[in-house]
Design a protein around this ligand. Structure first.
Ligand SMILES: [Zn+2]
Length: 176
């Protein structure tokens, strides 16, 4: 077979392939991009939503590559994924419950809470320490805690009854 014949044959094969793409109303995850979600309530939410065309929207979860108590449904976690993955994620989380908001109390306990009050994660944060073994404080005196990756979280003002809040729009709060 000469090259020209081969090239013609490949062209014919290309034309006979089904068109790649997802129908407008399909909310399935792409077969090669399994949903990446670390918290059980997030996985339950994603699994409970069906595609109007195909029903079950994915075959398995992809686990996060590192242990994280950070919610994986926050938009920063999937903004670089394919258009179909983003569509599938948007269809997964009802806006009357999601996204979660993070709170830190005076004891350094970090919780993520949904709009209906459901707590989806809770952990005790590890304080950050300076080289001189003093606990690291933000410029305004608030305690700082270690976070992943390479970031820190800032708690509420010391001695107050307040909580520190952060949302998916804040990202992790990097310090100066
Ligand atoms: Zn579908």
């Amino acid at each position: 077979m000469n090259l020209k014949t081969l090239s013609n044959r490949i062209n014919r094969l290309d034309q006979s392939k089904p068109k790649v793409g997802f129908p407008e109303s399909c909310t399935c995850f792409p077969p090669n991009e399994h949903p990446t979600l670390g918290l059980r309530p997030e996985r339950e939410a994603v699994a409970s939503v069906l595609c109007p065309l195909h029903g079950k929207r994915f075959s398995t979860f992809r686990w996060p590559p590192f242990h994280s108590t950070r919610p994986s449904h926050w938009k920063a976690m999937w903004k670089d994924k394919s258009a179909q993955y983003r569509k599938a994620m948007k269809a997964s989380f009802r806006s009357d419950r999601w996204p979660a908001v993070g709170t830190i109390d005076q004891s350094g306990i970090l919780c993520f809470v949904l709009k209906d009050g459901t707590e989806i994660s809770r952990e005790t944060l590890v304080p950050l320490f300076e080289d001189n073994h003093q606990q690291a404080l933000a410029k305004d005196g608030r305690p700082m805690y270690a976070a992943v990756p390479n970031a820190s979280l800032v708690g509420p003002p010391p001695g107050s009854q307040e909580l520190a809040y952060f949302t998916e729009d804040d990202e992790w709060r990097y310090h100066d």
